[in-house]
Ligand binder design. Structure first.
Ligand SMILES: [Zn+2]
Length: 177
């Protein structure tokens, strides 16, 4: 696969250069917005155009299930970088219906981990549901993330925080928080 990627990349770079599209643009989010969403493949080339954003417009942050786990500050860290250090004014948590993180169950995960050679003591050392961030409900998960951002002392109080849900097929967005 790597060879194919590199071959494609050589053509891609040449075509961008020929079209004059290789000029530097600012790394700052032009619209002063950050989006936190799921790593679901169906959101690629769907979520940004569905919200009216293009290259250079927003900072985008993804993880499995757009989850902010308890006692895990890494998402908060990135949102703090975006808002405190970069001055972004709005954060949108965008969940999606039919999320893979709602369909997993603890016993299956334990079996898959063992099958893939994860040591038994490492499996036993974690609360699978909490560690993987398994969801009960996509809407509740977005509300939870919005609440955690609003309650975090590291996110400035003048930052607007919204919660949305997107349909991964139609691209339709609904406001939930
Ligand atoms: Zn998802």
């Amino acid at each position: 696969m790597l060879e194919r990627i590199l071959e494609h990349n050589r053509k891609f770079v040449q075509e961008r250069k020929n079209a004059g599209k290789d000029k530097p643009i600012s790394g700052h989010a032009h619209k002063d917005i950050m989006v936190f969403t799921c790593m679901d493949t169906r959101l690629i080339e769907l979520l940004e155009p569905a919200m009216g954003f293009g290259r250079g417009d927003i900072k985008i942050l993804k993880n499995a299930g757009n989850i902010i786990r308890n006692n895990c500050s890494d998402v908060i860290r990135s949102v703090a970088v975006g808002t405190v250090l970069m001055g972004l004014k709005e954060v949108y948590v965008v969940g999606h219906s039919d999320c893979g993180m709602r369909k997993q169950n603890v016993e299956d995960i334990k079996a898959k981990m063992a099958e893939r050679g994860i040591p038994a003591d490492a499996i036993e050392a974690i609360d699978i549901k909490e560690w993987f961030g398994l969801l009960q409900d996509e809407t509740e998960n977005v509300k939870d993330a919005v609440l955690k951002l609003k309650n975090s002392p590291y996110i400035p109080k003048d930052v607007k925080i919204h919660g949305l849900l997107i349909d991964p097929n139609s691209g339709e967005i609904s406001v939930i928080a």
